[in-house]
Design a protein around this ligand. Sequence first.
Ligand code: FES
Length: 106
Amino acid sequence: MNQTITRVPVAHDSDLKARTGYAFKINDEEIALFKTSSGQVYALENRSPHPKGGVLSEGLVSGEYVYCPVYDWKISLLDGKVQAPDDGQVRAYKVEKVDDIIFIVL
Ligand code: FES
């Protein structure tokens, strides 16, 4: 099978503020981009897995986690896993950086 990998440029790394989330739409997918205080950039599906479906790009970034702005679920930026005692998963996207440009790999 032929799988096409698409790399979509979404931002300049130097424009991103630490501990901040940014929302993007690629095709029909809502994606949240986050930069941690250590300068790493991660991307998750921009929706909490909770039925209320909070917008994660508006959440609080702390370490390698984002806290959903609605009910405060703690979600890993690395793999999109909701941390105990809550349970769930959002899609995590691969992020690549070439020079100053951040790409999301679909
Ligand atoms: S909407 Fe409930 S934890 Fe995010």
